[in-house]
Design a protein. Structure first.
Length: 319
């Protein structure tokens, strides 16, 4: 019999008693309500949302840099008529501003990732994307392993590009157009690209695909999508394409094996960071090389110097 006696009122079940996991905001420490909406969505609908977001991110990466280069395009058009693609790729101001446009593109993409993942701020961002240290792993040991793996990947990349050769890529020509283009490319490669790309590919896409299709299918699909997006930059150099594909699979496997987004982010950051440094240093190394052609290298140092020069040239092409 139900009465109005307070002692007989029903007591609400906690999240754990009701079968829901506890979600705690990393910013405020407050307990969050379970994500009932996301749990009720079919897995393939989550995949559709993730792929839709991926298409949006690719579109932004093409559209926003073009907007930044538009004033220079209009200026060239007014002076010389419609410019050809070759003329644009040879125009230093156009290239510089197009590369600058990648920075706001990444920032806008990051904001949209937050909006999609948190559902407008209802869910914790980093926790939902599993951007956390893997369980049963020391952060120091994991960081050192990621650093070592990044160096191994760079060595494999150098070996492949040396063995297979190939012409200069579209990115090579853009980076070499000016010192400003080198600096901005290095900043993008280090500051924004590793984080944004990992959040999109190994964060949103992989998480949705894993729930719907399992790890093996997710690793293959995400890795090929990541490599495919970079194909146009390196289409005339099979060696660099192979390096990017290997990097993509290693990053996605690290995500699948550890269950965390932190390891692929560290590997990506170190991989790009070393290349960013070399991109900026390359003109000075080339100048040093020309000096050595006039002043012979000290006996015993010819092979190390040639090895370093070759490493710089080939590693920079993998950016």
């Amino acid at each position: 019999m139900i009465t109005n006696d307070p002692s007989q009122q029903a007591t609400p079940l906690s999240n754990q008693q009701a079968g829901f996991s506890e979600l705690v905001s990393p910013d405020t420490g407050q307990q969050l309500r379970p994500n009932l909406g996301a749990q009720s969505l079919p897995p393939w609908l989550e995949v559709f949302k993730a792929f839709l977001f991926w298409l949006i991110s690719v579109y932004l990466l093409a559209a926003i840099p073009a907007v930044f280069g538009m004033p220079r395009l209009i200026e060239l058009w007014s002076k010389f008529g419609p410019p050809t693609q070759q003329a644009l790729l040879a125009d230093k101001p156009f290239i510089f501003w197009s590369i600058v446009g990648i920075l706001p593109t990444h920032l806008i993409t990051l904001a949209l990732v937050w909006l999609f993942v948190t559902e407008g701020g209802r869910l914790p961002f980093w926790q939902t994307l599993e951007f956390k240290w893997p369980k049963y792993s020391s952060p120091t040991v994991l960081t050192l392993l990621c650093l070592l793996l990044s160096l191994v990947l760079l060595a494999i990349g150098w070996a492949l590009t040396t063995l297979l050769g190939g012409g200069k890529t579209q990115l090579d020509l853009m980076v070499e157009s000016s010192m400003g283009a080198r600096i901005v490319t290095a900043l993008v490669a280090v500051i924004t690209a590793p984080l944004v790309e990992e959040l999109v590919y190994r964060g949103m896409l992989y998480s949705a695909l894993e729930r719907a299709a399992g790890k093996a299918t997710s690793v293959v699909m995400v890795s090929m999508l990541f490599a495919g997006v970079h194909f146009l930059q390196y289409e005339n150099n099979i060696g660099v394409i192979l390096v990017i594909t290997i990097l993509s699979f290693v990053l996605t496997l690290a995500r699948a094996y550890t269950g965390s987004l932190v390891p692929p982010f560290i590997i990506h950051l170190v991989f790009n960071g070393i290349q960013g440094i070399l991109i900026i240093l390359t003109p000075y190394i080339e100048k040093l090389q020309k000096t050595q052609e006039v002043t012979p290298t000290a006996p015993g140092f010819e092979l190390p110097v040639q090895l370093i020069q070759s490493l710089v040239v080939h590693v920079c092409r993998m950016t």
